[in-house]
Ligand binder design. Structure first.
Ligand SMILES: Cc1ncc(COP(=O)(O)O)c(C=O)c1O
Length: 346
């Protein structure tokens, strides 16, 4: 099966980042210490016990990935092994059972294949967002781990995450709220990290920003990350820098961008604390990066009651443009996949 098969009649280029029901989803249940085989189902609803720890104590986690159509019609995933490993790490932190990497990747491939008609065609600018999730579902009341778990993978065709024209610039506003405590769960993809961010995002958007930017919660000096993306900065001396912090999600996109900056552009890369107020004058370019955000250049940042420009706030800088083209070229199968990052779902 490939992307040349019958497609849904959607206006692909008009898609936003919203849920759209597709045909099938993967579901497997963990009970009595073991995972069941798993199956493809059509029902998008989940019936769970009212005492389930996922809905009371947020004993749940998720992942976010994308599938894209290559020029030759193949449907490609991007580094799914890393999402499987990250979900395993999060599951351990939340005392949930590990979804074996083989089962995770199989479930993702099967779900994408079963929904091939929903994978946006090559050149449409859209992609298929993939949402693997793991939730504690069994009957429970006290604060203890669930007795059973559901692993589910569903997909939805999506357009750009931020509302900008093409690779336009976005705005971030430093939040007065913290996202994660120094030894908390910030570096895990736990749903619990996100509910607290809803108000921060709302406040940021009221200021005219696309999203909140969090500083470290200990001193409020160093950049942590945005609400749903990591941060990458090109300094005036050409160095590509990204925050070192134990409280941020280890982004797969960021890891890939840093590799591309070093190996393909020959730039010096560094992972170190970035002190926003002191260093912003030395930023020549900045961007938010993630599966949903891809690489979204940041034009200005709000803090201490004012907007602060990064480079030319209306224009995408040359390094971010090159990194974007390199990354997206590999993800869409246009460029040679020299690092072996893509996986054909066939
Ligand atoms: C808080 C947060 N940071 C960073 C990222 C980026 O991670 P990745 O590149 O693995 O998608 C995400 C998810 O997209 C996120 O939710």
């Amino acid at each position: 099966m490939n992307a040349s098969d019958q497609k849904q009649s959607l206006n692909w280029s008009e898609l936003g980042f919203q849920y759209k029901k597709t045909d099938s989803r993967f579901r497997a249940v963990w009970r009595d210490g073991a995972w069941g085989e798993g199956e493809m189902i059509s029902d998008e609803f989940i019936a769970i016990h009212e005492g389930a720890p996922s809905i009371h104590y947020a004993q749940q986690c998720f992942e976010g990935m994308k599938a894209q159509t290559a020029p030759d019609g193949r449907i490609l995933l991007f580094r799914p092994d890393l999402n499987a490993q990250r979900m395993g790490r999060t599951a351990e932190r939340l005392l949930m059972p590990h979804v074996p990497e083989e089962m995770f990747v199989r479930a993702v491939r099967d779900t994408v294949r079963a929904n091939a008609s929903w994978v946006p065609p090559y050149g449409s600018g859209a992609s298929l967002y993939i949402r693997p999730m793991l939730i504690g579902v069994g009957e429970n009341l006290g604060l203890k781990p669930a007795q059973s778990y559901e692993f589910r993978v569903f997909v939805s065709p999506v357009g750009p995450y931020y509302k900008t024209a093409g690779l336009g610039t976005i705005k971030l506003a430093v939040s007065e709220m913290d996202r994660a405590a120094p030894s908390g769960t910030g570096s895990y993809k736990a749903g619990a990290n996100y509910a607290g961010g809803l108000l921060a995002t709302k406040r940021a958007q009221e200021l005219g920003a696309n999203e909140a930017l969090y500083l470290d919660s200990r001193e409020r000096r160093f950049i942590d990350e945005a609400g749903s993306a990591n941060i990458v900065v090109v300094m005036r001396d050409g160095t590509v820098v990204t925050p070192k912090s134990d409280a941020i999600l280890p982004s797969i996109t960021r890891r890939s961008i840093m590799t591309l900056a070093e190996k393909k552009l020959g730039l010096v890369t560094e992972e170190r604390p970035i002190e926003l107020r002191k260093e912003i004058v030395n930023f020549s370019e900045a961007a938010a990066c993630g599966t949903a955000a891809v690489l979204s250049p940041v034009g200005s940042i709000w803090f201490d009651g004012d907007w602060h420009d990064v480079g030319n706030p209306e224009h995408v800088g040359p390094v971010m443009q090159q990194l974007y083209d390199l990354l997206v070229g590999i993800q869409k199968g246009e460029a040679d996949d020299e690092f072996g990052w893509t996986v054909d779902v066939a």
